[in-house]
Design a protein around this ligand. Structure first.
Ligand SMILES: NC(=O)c1ccc[n+]([C@@H]2O[C@H](COP(=O)([O-])OP(=O)(O)OC[C@H]3O[C@@H](n4cnc5c(N)ncnc54)[C@H](OP(=O)(O)O)[C@@H]3O)[C@@H](O)[C@H]2O)c1
Length: 233
């Protein structure tokens, strides 16, 4: 999306994949609404914003607090958003027989429910834009077909469930000209992906941006990896 002036909103923008989305879209001339839980601690994002010539604005947003989502949507009510990126994610640890059910609820709140709440809150902003796209970062670990190693019950289920959320949205928002899809970023070297991951954030985000460029209401509702491959549900 090499469009000067397009407006992009990113959640979880202070580190990892979210920060790289901000860097790349702002670098290509987009205006970026960069959301993070605690702007006072977002040193790298703040530096990026300060040197962006006004292209990056930083906003406080904990996506698990729906009143914050509603407040931000209201503050930005006159702004069209071409691309909404639900990137914020949480990986709870624990395995069979040591499942932390509180962490599981938190995973559902952040990974599954918050993306839908974001879309409900920002759908008019997106509908008012030119490009009208919404994507959510899921994970191949949410694919039931691809699961051949088991484990990670809270994370896998929260991502499998958000896949259904996004498929639903593709159907329901198509009449409004809004295209949605679910993305797998690859196994990426971030705090979540760890040092042994296969690709870096630049490769992941560059690939996902190509997928987003090609996204339209005609091919919406799919689960696509950063390299363009379609992932089975
Ligand atoms: N890295 C991988 O290999 C990989 C693979 C598959 C899918 N993914 C998905 O890709 C997305 C980004 O992952 P990542 O690797 O960049 O993860 P990361 O390095 O752990 O960063 C996670 C981001 O989400 C934010 N976040 C967590 N809870 C939040 C909340 N309640 N409200 C707002 N922001 C919140 C974090 O903010 P704080 O700094 O405030 O905690 C941080 O900015 C996630 O959805 C993840 O599940 C990643």
């Amino acid at each position: 999306m090499n469009d000067q002036g397009c407006q992009v909103l990113v959640t979880g923008a202070n580190r990892g994949i979210g920060l790289e989305f901000v860097r790349q879209y702002a670098g290509d001339g987009c205006l970026v609404i960069a959301c993070c839980r605690d702007p006072l601690k977002a040193a790298v994002l703040n530096t990026l914003a300060a040197s962006s010539g006004g292209k990056v604005s930083v906003h406080a947003l904990d996506v698990s607090d729906f009143s914050q989502i509603e407040r931000l949507a209201s503050e930005l009510k006159d702004q069209a958003i071409d691309l909404l990126i639900n990137n914020a994610g949480f990986y709870p640890h624990g395995s069979f027989a040591s499942t932390d059910y509180d962490e599981w609820q938190k995973a559902f709140l952040i990974n599954t429910m918050a993306p839908l709440r974001m879309v409900e809150a920002f759908v008019e902003h997106v509908a008012a834009s030119r490009l009208r796209k919404i994507v959510t970062l899921s994970s191949k670990m949410g694919s039931i077909t691809d699961n051949d190693s088991g484990g990670s019950y809270p994370y896998r289920t929260s991502k499998a469930a958000v896949n259904m959320v996004m498929k639903n949205l593709a159907i329901q928002l198509k009449p409004r000209g809004i295209a949605t899809c679910t993305l797998h970023p690859g196994w990426v070297k971030t705090d979540m992906g760890g040092a042994n991951a296969l690709i870096n954030v630049q490769q992941s985000v560059t690939g996902m941006r190509t997928v987003i460029d090609r996204l339209s209401t005609d091919n919406a509702g799919r689960f696509i990896a950063y390299d363009g491959q379609e992932i089975p549900w």
